[in-house]
Design a binder for this molecule. Sequence first.
Ligand code: PMP
Length: 319
Amino acid sequence: MVLPKFAFFNGRILPYEDTRVGLLTHALNYGTGCFAGLRAYWNAEENELFVFRALDHFIRFLDSTRLLAMDFPYTPENLRDHLLELLRREGERRDCYIRPLAFLSEETIGVGLMSLSPALSIVAFPFGKYLDREQGAHMTISSWRRIEDNVIPARGKISGGYVNSALAKLDAQRAGFDDAILLDSRGRVSEGTVANIFMVRRGELVTPPVTDSVLEGITRRTVIELARRELGLPVVERSIDRTELFVAEEVFFAGTGIEVMPVSRIDHRTIGVSPVGEITGRIRHLYFEAVRGKLPAYRGWCEPVFAGAVRAEAGVGIA
Ligand code: PMP
């Protein structure tokens, strides 16, 4: 992995190596942090880097900080502007991953969250595929249950909660699968370790509701909107039984890192008829067009990094 050159850290842009944290940092010991994950896509024809749905990611990020009772003076717009400035400093002209992190940075013992000061950082670095399985991934249904709202809320991206994903992924990979699908505490399908799940059944696109122990995914919302508006598909948010996945016409994952990833097998059962179902293929194509700013109707989702600097110098737009 290529390390970042800079970091936005507590209000300033610093060299990345000047942002070390101590061994007693609260978040490192107790998982008391939360994060976001965004992507920026390079568009060669326009010579421009586009950050996908930055404001939506920062709205959810600040929601996660509130779940941990952290108080920051930032708005989503502030964070978006700091990110664009950071990306201009990095100067990368290729696809990047972006990691905002908010964490309890005090070096102290005791799990209480009160009166502890939080820190906030953003870093960005070149990044390609999260999982290289264009012809479909092979998943297993994990024996680990997804964390539920009254345990660690899955709707937020809470650092400690990712131990749940990590354990599921470890067992899946050790057993020879690419990754895992987790059921919630009632045995319903929730999501993957880093992505929301969709299935196609009898021509409808179905995904679990945000009350079934899932992250409120930005890609999930993107897929729902593209499917309804561009493909005219009915989209239903309802609970999904495990065996419905086995008889589905198509199954795919949706997430910023994994993007739109077809699932071709679950626990050695083949899903659908071909590795990449027709609807999955069409949604994946639309998604990749949208994120690079190639669909005029969805251009508002794409924040230009370098054109933004020209506007800022001219005193327009971002400050
Ligand atoms: N669920 C989990 C557990 C995740 O970690 C992610 C990745 N952020 C997602 C779903 C997908 O969310 P998004 O589309 O906002 O990246």
